[in-house]
Design a protein around this ligand. Structure first.
Ligand SMILES: Cc1ncc(C[n+]2csc(CCOP(=O)(O)OP(=O)(O)O)c2C)c(N)n1
Ligand SMILES: [Mg+2]
Length: 803
């Protein structure tokens, strides 16, 4: 059937009208979700709510300019944007509020994140990449204000890399680097250092990122007066504006209720960023908070009546509607019919989501009540069981916690009973946990066959007369092999480019692989990490270099909150296989000798933490990591770059296994566990101990997260019956972690004849120079005496008092 062609005027007016009405529909839908969402929290169905009301209009404009392949890195206000792109439906929104653990129903995080934290799926079920250029992408939000900014830098830089390098197999990630990375941030969060660091980095790198500042004049209760110099972020960053002479940013400022100005600003920003790769900032002012900051307080407490009145008048949805009516795009009647139908739809979506959420729990409740019922008829403690059963029946809408807790408490009344009914309850509990626990605890690490811990060891191989070279040469030649093999690999950091890092582990590689693949960065650890995260999210294989382990603290927030939680918080739907390379342990002084490995292993669960004792081991870790797809921190030994090592002939191929310890010296009297620089001293001491008749076994932990998956250490303890963990962290730091792993997790306590002990550095930072090191960190004599005292305590006759 052929229809009559319309005139171009008809089409454009209708299209224009439809587009605007569609935007209005989304704005009202989103608002209605916010209003009902708040009510769900206040009535107790949801625990907490933070919504996008008052920020609808600019998000519609941003969505209009957002194209396939683009990435968002934003924060909790962006529900309207997600709805406009059809990435979040009202029913999904409510499932998010209730924390539904089904990813099909709650696609943002399967209930792991509180509502308002958005993300899309980059990965298929089997872990393979989706075609990111064929979908609109949102990197997964984190709650930490400005925490999205470092990652934004990398997301944008990836476009630059893809445009300028011909990287094979990159079709799923980029089309000629045409993708824009869109950041959103609240006005108050621009007070964070991360914002300014990312801003500067983006300007230096000249990358396609568009940062929107949603400015509602407040950060919770604190007004702009206390947040921002001159109370105006675009005023103070005006020096970033590009001009004829200098590169910089394009700065735009627009009112958040002005629909046409917003559409124009976003189209403009998109073109500038996409075509020229110039970063843009859009400061969106005069936004409001119709319901206050979140469900945990009311803004009437801190806003004046004038302010509240101003916000009511300038509510962007209200002004949008007025504009539609003034311009004759629609009528009051048409809009009010639309609003009514939206209200109905959102109410229905809410009801459906709640029903879907609660129905399986009610079924579980039924099955538990049946189990308790049978128990209650037979148990001598039937009164107690009946009470629990009745309490459970009275809970109309039970949580999983209610069910698990009541089932487990019931067991206490069945002590000593051995009946099929009790068995049925135990089995019910076991099954419940088997079903539920993964919903909350899966995906801390990759669970698929390509996980890093499954990469097989490839030992370094040597010629009969291997060349002895400085450790740094081993690294350099290994990186050379890696960059040749993986064209998607790139490394960057302070002094990593021209001079090839401060220890020359990258010497000559920038010349060979170019400035984009081996590059210098500014001194900005947080965004070096963020750069890596963003690049990795877009299919590249970045190695971010932190010059010294001591300075990783500048990036630890991003590592801990963003990178380490990435796979977990997306339930395996996003990954950022970033390798962080750094150097640490003992050298000289307070800020070049740190070994805060306890802090690292505690803050970085979700990453691998690897402490190679030499550069051959380190090279092997890099090779292993490149074969898999998980984030890791590799700490090279600062004092090992100039030590001679035999040069393997299979550099680039040798793989150090992750989660495997190595017994570097066999012995029978005591097991000494250590790692990194300290390990060398422990090995030397073990030789000295032999002279007084003590035969120590030395184990190199080498992989702290995870530690010893095969439980080889306890096999050693079984043989020696004594255990000492030595490291140069603070007392109770990583040594305590290792002790817990060996004594508790591996069951080492059962084989000990002496108290298991740790020997660490002093609690203070290490003082300068040779003597500072000697008195601050465990030295050879300390280790000798500690081992000796353990042997003396167990056998004072053969090992008489030393001093
Ligand atoms: C690092 C950090 N500090 C504090 C908070 C608590 N917090 C959450 S939102 C918020 C205010 C943010 O205000 P703004 O950036 O203006 O965004 P808005 O909520 O106004 O849109 C604060 C202080 C946090 N989430 N993260
Ligand atoms: Mg604000």
């Amino acid at each position: 059937m052929k229809s009559e062609p319309k005139t171009s005027n008809d089409i454009s007016f209708n299209d224009f009208k439809n587009q605007i009405l569609k935007d209005y529909e989304i704005a009202v839908t989103s608002r209605e979700c916010s209003l009902l969402g708040r009510r769900e929290v206040l009535t107790g169905k949801a625990k907490f709510g933070i919504f996008g009301d008052g920020k609808e209009l600019p998000q519609l404009a941003m969505a209009r300019s957002f194209q396939d392949g683009d990435f968002r890195s934003g924060y909790y206000r962006d529900q309207t944007f997600m709805m406009a792109l059809d990435l979040l439906k009202p029913k999904d929104f409510f499932h998010g509020l209730y924390a539904t653990t089904n990813l099909a129903k709650e696609p943002m995080s399967a209930g792991r994140q509180m509502g308002g934290h958005f993300g899309t799926h980059s990965l298929n079920e089997d872990g393979s990449w989706k075609d990111l250029t064929a979908q609109k992408n949102s990197s997964a939000d984190i709650s930490c204000t400005a925490g999205q900014m470092p990652r934004l830098v990398g997301l944008a830089q990836a476009s630059k890399i893809y445009r300028n390098l011909n990287i094979p197999n990159s079709e799923k990630f980029s089309q000629n680097g045409n993708e824009v990375a869109w950041g959103t941030i609240g006005n108050a969060s621009t007070s964070e250092g991360l914002f300014f660091e990312a801003l500067n980095a983006g300007g230096v790198l000249q990358i396609p990122m568009v940062i929107s500042v949603w400015d509602d004049g407040y950060g919770i209760s604190v007004p702009a007066k206390y947040q921002t110099t001159k109370e105006d972020i675009s005023k103070i960053i005006s020096g970033f504006q590009r001009d004829d002479k200098d590169d910089g940013y394009e700065l735009l400022k627009v009112k958040g209720w002005d629909y046409t100005a917003l559409i124009h600003a976003y189209e403009n920003a998109s073109d500038i960023a996409r075509e020229e790769h110039v970063p843009v900032i859009i400061h969106v002012t005069e936004l409001t908070q119709p319901q206050g900051h979140s469900t945990s307080g009311s803004h009437e407490r801190y806003k004046s009546e004038e302010q509240l009145e101003w916000e009511r008048e300038n509510d962007c949805n209200k002004r949008f509607k007025e504009w539609i009516l003034e311009n004759g795009i629609s009528t009051e009647e048409e809009l009010s019919t639309l609003e009514k139908s939206i209200r109905r739809e959102v109410r229905n979506a809410k009801k459906e989501a709640w029903d879907e959420f609660i129905k399986p729990l009610k079924q579980k409740k039924k099955s538990l009540v049946a189990v308790l019922d049978t128990l209650a008829t037979n148990s001598p403690n039937r009164t107690f069981i009946t009470k629990i059963k009745n309490d459970l029946i009275a809970i109309e809408e039970p949580s999983k916690k209610d069910l698990a807790s009541m089932a487990r408490k019931s067991l206490r009344y069945l002590l000593g009973e051995d009946t099929p009914e009790k068995l049925a309850l135990s089995q019910w509990i076991d099954q419940f946990f088997k079903d539920m626990e993964p919903k909350y605890s899966s995906h801390l690490y990759n669970e698929l066959p390509n996980r890093a811990t499954a990469v097989q060891e490839v030992k370094p191989s040597y010629t009969s007369d291997p060349e002895m070279v400085d450790g740094r040469v081993i690294l350099r030649d290994n990186f050379d092999k890696l960059f040749a093999k993986y064209q998607e690999a790139l490394i960057f950091g302070e002094d990593s480019g021209v001079i090839g890092d401060v220890n020359q582990g990258l010497e000559g590689l920038q010349k060979k692989y170019g400035e984009l693949r081996v590059s210098d960065t500014g001194i900005r650890e947080a965004t070096i990490i963020g750069q890596g995260i963003g690049l990795a999210l877009r299919g590249l294989r970045p190695i971010a270099e932190i010059q010294y382990l001591d300075y990783i603290l500048y990036g630890i927030q991003t590592l801990s909150d963003d990178l380490a939680t990435m796979l977990y918080r997306t339930v395996g739907k996003q990954k950022a296989p970033l390798i962080v390379r750094t150097r640490g342990h003992r050298l000289e002084g307070i800020w070049h000798s740190g070994s805060p490995m306890g802090a690292m292993v505690h803050l970085l669960r979700g990453m691998y933490v690897l402490v190679p004792r030499d550069m051959t081991k380190a090279a092997g870790f890099y090779n292993t990591l490149m074969k898999s797809d998980e984030p890791a921190l590799v700490i090279e030994s600062l004092n090992g770059y100039r030590l001679k090592e035999a040069k393997p002939k299979n550099l680039g191929e040798n793989c150090t296994p992750i989660g495997v310890v190595e017994t570097v010296r066999k012995g029978t009297d005591i097991t000494l566990v250590s790692y990194g620089s300290t390990l060398r001293i422990v090995v030397q001491v073990a030789r000295e101990l032999q002279e007084v008749g003590i035969d120590a076994e030395v184990i190199d932990a080498q992989s702290l997260l995870p530690f010893d998956l095969r439980h080889d250490t306890v096999k050693s303890v079984k043989k020696t019956n004594r255990l000492l963990v030595v490291d140069e962290d603070v007392p109770g730091g990583c040594s305590a972690y290792l002790l817990q792993e060996i004594v508790e997790k591996q069951g080492g306590y059962a084989y000990l004849d002496s108290a298991p002990q740790t020997l660490s550095a002093k609690a203070h930072r290490p003082a300068f120079s040779t003597d500072g090191d000697y008195f601050s960190k465990p030295n050879a004599e300390d280790i000798f005496e500690k081992v000796y005292s353990i042997m003396h305590e167990s056998n004072p006759v053969d090992y008489p008092k030393l001093r």
